[in-house]
Design a protein around this ligand. Structure first.
Ligand code: SF4
Length: 233
């Protein structure tokens, strides 16, 4: 198959996957709790190597004490560390949150910037965090968020051969329409948590099984063979 036809077939398959995931998860809100773009940025930094549930346990008190960029920029770093301690890597996270907020206050008047370029200059912010903030806080689709679930599922679904998140993102941006970039990520995250888990993918109950080149055949239940009611002449 020529590379152009192969790409067209991949695009069609990616779209069909997205249609099914939208049907399965019609509402797929961001699972981090926040009220402002700054709070989303902070929660996303905290979510590195940590579950969203754990982050959501920590942020109510964190945001009660330090609700905005100015408060976080001026916080006593030891107190910040204690508040975020249970999310892991807490010293680094507290340091990055404060440094990012100081830059947001000094360079952007206390508001999270709205471009990828500016976001990537903030300490502790890589493309994954920037994509989440742009998409969920501002509705801007600058790229595809590639977290551990998006990486694993995109690989299993045969939509990328890469393991580097930047290359995976590039592949996905080529396959999916831009307005659906975040729709894709958030639904793959839901599906990765509920069905296609890292250790034990439930291929037998997966709506994507017939579109998935790595579906476990021992688990996939074949569709019922239609009964023949009359023999055609
Ligand atoms: S068929 Fe299996 S491997 Fe493929 S997406 Fe579904 S659960 Fe994951």
């Amino acid at each position: 198959m020529s590379s152009t036809r192969k790409l067209a077939a991949q695009k069609q398959r990616a779209l069909e996957i997205l249609v099914r995931l939208k049907r399965l998860y019609p509402e797929a809100p961001c699972t981090l709790n926040y009220e402002t773009p700054v709070q989303l940025l902070v929660a996303t930094i905290l979510s590195a190597q940590c579950t969203d549930e754990r982050v959501n346990l920590v942020t109510p008190e964190l945001f009660r004490r330090f609700p905005d960029a100015v408060a976080l920029a001026n916080a006593e770093v030891g107190e910040l560390e204690q508040l975020v301690r249970s999310t892991g890597f807490y010293r680094n996270k507290a340091k990055n949150i404060q440094a990012a907020c100081r830059q947001i206050v000094s360079d952007y008047g206390g508001h999270v910037p709205k471009t990828m370029e500016e976001l990537l200059k903030l300490p502790g912010v890589a493309r994954k965090t920037a994509n989440v903030v742009l998409a969920h806080a501002y509705g801007i689709h600058a790229g595809v968020t590639v977290d551990t679930h998006v990486k694993r599922l995109s690989q299993r679904l045969g939509l990328t051969q890469h393991s580097d998140p930047i290359r995976i993102e590039r592949d996905l941006m080529q396959l999916l329409p831009q307005p659906d970039w975040e729709n894709w990520s958030i639904r793959l995250i839901y599906h990765g948590r509920a069905v296609c888990t890292a250790r034990n993918p439930a291929c037998d109950s997966c709506v994507l099984a017939d579109l998935c080149p790595t579906a476990d055949p021992s688990k996939v239940v074949p569709p019922p063979v239609p009964k023949v009611t009359s023999t055609p002449l």
